[in-house]
Write a protein that binds this ligand. Structure first.
Ligand code: FMN
Length: 301
């Protein structure tokens, strides 16, 4: 089940996605964390953030959910001083730090701190959060802005930098190529798809933020298509495939589309053991499909 993200070796491709496992401790009561391929922790910003007003979750039946959490996090000081050591006490594998910002300066400040003060394996730069104003997704919707953030972050860290891309664009390949040309070591996609629900009795949007990010099984075909497009547009660049994965079958499909590893998000919120159950099932499924090594199927379709 081993796979690689650049030079980082993962014992399996399964990674809980940023924002769906907090800083890891939430999961430690449900599973042996050390079975995970890696873990992507909650988006971290320079200052602490309370996030958006409630309600900030809207369920969408079996197809998934909308969230407008708004990057709630305790800020980089506390993440480094408290959350990181607490996670390290229960988990020794690769940690993917997820960073967000509202200016280039925010991104570089937080990435430099993480570079110097943690043992992060990868810095995942979120330029795709749809739930905050004046930041987040704004950096991920034009090739120029994506390249600018990438260049700035690469200048302050020697760690591998993976840019996390938004599906809320016309041509994701152009943004992927611009990020890679600016120095990105890898790409992670997709973040959530901008959506909305209305409470027809109250005649008002369900989310206090009005719009939110849609994730879960309903976005799987979109994510798969985008991972395939991006992996073809950026040959040789490792891609983490994310969006709607709930089963081991989905993991195989995402890897056949071009992903070297996968992140699993909304599935953790309905089943906190989703990741380890997928890891349990993978070897049996690989046998059924005559797959000797997962690395042999990356991009095969
Ligand atoms: C409640 C929630 C919070 C999230 N927070 C973040 C975040 O802080 N940073 C980030 O890059 N993505 C965040 N995401 C996006 C997920 O990491 C993932 O890209 C997206 O949900 C698609 O995957 P899924 O369909 O498996 O959920 C969040 C998603 C959810 C559902």
């Amino acid at each position: 089940m081993e796979t690689k993200l650049g030079n980082i070796v993962l014992k399996n491709p399964v990674i809980p996605a940023s924002g769906t496992c907090g800083f890891g401790l939430e999961m430690s009561g449900w599973m042996d964390m050390n079975r995970l391929g890696a873990i992507a922790i909650k988006g971290t910003t320079r200052e602490a953030r309370y996030g958006n007003p409630q309600p900030r979750i809207a369920e969408c039946g079996a197809t998934g959910m909308l969230n407008a959490v708004g990057l709630q996090n305790p800020g980089v000081d506390e993440v480094i001083a408290k959350e990181w050591p607490a996670l390290r006490a229960v988990y020794q594998g690769p940690i993917i730090a997820n960073v967000s910002g509202f200016s280039i300066d925010d991104y570089t400040y937080t990435c430099r701190r993480i570079d110097q003060e943690t043992d992060a394996a990868i810095i995942e730069v979120n330029i795709s959060c749809p739930n905050v104003h004046n930041g987040g997704m704004a950096f991920g919707t034009t090739p120029e802005a994506a390249a600018e953030v990438t260049r700035a972050v690469k200048a302050v860290t020697a760690k591998p930098v993976f840019m996390k891309l938004s599906p809320n664009v016309t041509d994701i390949s152009a943004i992927a190529r611009a990020s890679v040309n600016a120095g990105a070591d890898g790409l992670c996609l997709i973040n959530t798809v901008l959506g909305m629900r209305i409470d027809i009795r109250r005649r008002k949007p369900v989310l206090a933020n009005r719009y939110g990010g849609y994730s879960g099984p309903g976005i799987f075909p979109i994510a798969l298509r985008m991972v395939n497009q991006v992996s073809k547009a950026c040959p040789g660049t490792p891609v983490i495939g994310c969006g709607g994965i709930t089963t081991a079958e989905d993991v195989i499909e995402m890897m056949m589309a071009g992903a070297s590893a996968v992140e699993i998000g909304a599935a953790n919120l309905t089943n906190p053991q989703a990741c380890t159950q997928i890891i349990d099932r993978l070897p049996q499924l690989m046998d059924e499909l005559h797959i000797d090594h997962l690395q042999n199927i990356i991009g095969i379709a």
